[in-house]
Ligand binder design. Structure first.
Ligand code: ADP
Ligand code: ASP
Ligand code: MG
Length: 422
């Protein structure tokens, strides 16, 4: 008998019929002798709907007391789907109980809308499991030291599931979603994308951080830290398929590099439309500019991603960087009002119509010429590269948003990702 954690995403929980299907699948696993903990997301569209209502009432607000209420609001989505799943499981003749984050409790810090899990108390859950119950724990949410409800950031149910699996030392955490695994790139953008049977933890971490929304990055970090066996698979197969077959399906995140030796140099392509570019133009080129510009941005708690400083002409230079689109207005305003006058720069220009496209692969460590192949293939499509950044196992470029799909398709082809690895 093993303890298994299942996580079901929004589409998988999208209607009462789908919830019934999830219940049947979970019941199958429980009847096969496993202790089952299930972490559901809110029904698809529900989190957006709730946050949209708040935006109608207060379009411009960004303060902490507003964020607190957003978490109070958004957390109800997962509470509803968890209770519905418990009811569906009971209808299948199972003993099932659902808990909100604060009832477990799942303790987090107080960073509303992007809280981090600090600890999970396993007593109550273990007692239920020992009494033969299926335990359902709301994804996406926790509680801080002052008993405020918190949420973990969009897509956070993945992280809840992996954290619960780590706390309970589960044998495996299965992430059920609307695709049947992790692909070489988003199969919605490139239909020829190929499912990976395994992907190394490091590659998955890069892909998630570079925009592949199939797993929230923190869930991959947790899996790495606590060595939680993690698999991504489809919730849309028949619920009654053979359990051994199901347990081997999808994509396994592996922690051993050896298994990757046979694989392609580039394993996947990620893209991200969530960033915006800001350029400070006509900055006097002297020591300390980067600090003056980025120091002010950092003080406002705004995260910067890619950075580029151009060669100076006549003692003046341009300095560009990217931030999350949500922080774009605040960052531009801050630079215009405080930094521009202090630096004596000419102007601040913003561009929200950009995207970042990245190639990822641990094989890049031992192969040269991969980045140049990427640049050549983009130039053959007439796509201009605005910014570049590299690390050991990835190369990212910023391009005009309107070329995103073209770029992803061209790179997918150039690196022969549609064909299976040798
Ligand atoms: P869930 O609601 O189950 O959490 P998400 O929408 O968060 O599902 O994540 C699944 C989606 O991730 C897929 O429908 C797919 O469009 C997208 N996706 C992006 N990159 C990849 C990739 N490399 N492999 C598989 N899916 C990907
Ligand atoms: N419901 C939350 C969201 O839409 C969390 C999740 O689905 O993982 O972001
Ligand atoms: Mg998700």
């Amino acid at each position: 008998m093993s303890l298994i954690v299942h996580k079901y995403g929004g589409t998988s929980m999208g209607s009462t019929e789908r919830i019934r299907n999830v219940a049947k699948r979970v019941a199958k696993w429980a009847r096969a002798g496993h202790q089952m903990v299930v972490v559901p997301s809110a029904m698809s569209g529900e989190t957006n709907r709730l946050l949209g209502l708040a935006k109608e009432l207060a379009p411009e607000r960004t303060d902490t007391s507003y964020d607190r209420e957003l978490d109070m609001l958004a957390a109800t989505g997962e509470q509803a789907s968890s209770a519905l799943l418990a009811i569906a499981l009971q209808a299948e003749g199972m003993h099932a109980v659902s808990y909100a984050g604060w009832q477990v409790p799942i303790r987090t810090n107080s960073a509303f809308t992007k809280a981090r899990i600090e600890s999970i108390d396993d007593k109550r859950v273990r007692a239920d499991l020992d009494a033969g119950r299926v335990v359902i724990i709301t994804g996406f949410q926790g509680v801080d030291d002052e008993s405020n409800v918190t949420t973990l950031g969009r897509g956070g149910s993945d992280t809840s599931a992996v954290a619960v699996a780590a706390a309970l030392k589960a044998k495996e955490c299965l992430i059920y979603t609307d695709v049947d695994g992790v692909y070489t790139t988003d199969p919605r953008v490139v239909p020829e994308a190929r499912r990976l049977q395994t992907v190394s933890f490091e590659e998955m971490l890069e892909m998630a951080s570079l925009g592949s929304k199939v797993l929230q990055i923190r869930s991959v970090e947790f899996a790495g830290k606590y060595k939680v066996p993690l698999r991504v698979l489809s919730s849309f197969t028949e619920w009654n398929i053979d359990i051994h077959e199901e347990a081997k399906s999808g994509t396994l995140i592996t922690f051993e590099e050896d298994e990757q030796m046979e694989q392609a140099v580039v394993s996947g392509i990620a893209f991200n439309r969530d960033e915006a570019k800001i350029s400070v133009v006509g900055v006097p080129d002297k020591p300390g500019i980067a600090y003056q510009i980025l120091g002010a941005v950092a003080e406002a708690n705004i995260e910067v991603d890619m950075i580029i400083q151009n060669i100076s002409k006549g003692g003046l230079t341009d300095f560009s960087f990217t931030v999350h689109r949500n922080d774009f207005a605040r960052a531009t305003e801050l630079l215009k009002s405080k930094v521009l006058p202090a630096l004596g720069a000419t102007e601040v220009i913003g561009d929200t119509k950009i995207c970042k496209v990245s190639i990822v692969g641990i094989g890049m460590r031992s192969h040269v010429g991969i980045a140049s192949k990427m640049f050549r293939s983009l130039s053959e499509e007439g796509i201009n590269i605005q910014m570049i950044s590299t690390s050991e196992i990835k190369t990212s470029v910023v391009i005009d948003e309107k070329y995103m799909e073209l770029a992803v398709r061209a790179l997918h082809k150039a690196f022969e990702l549609e064909q299976s690895a040798a």
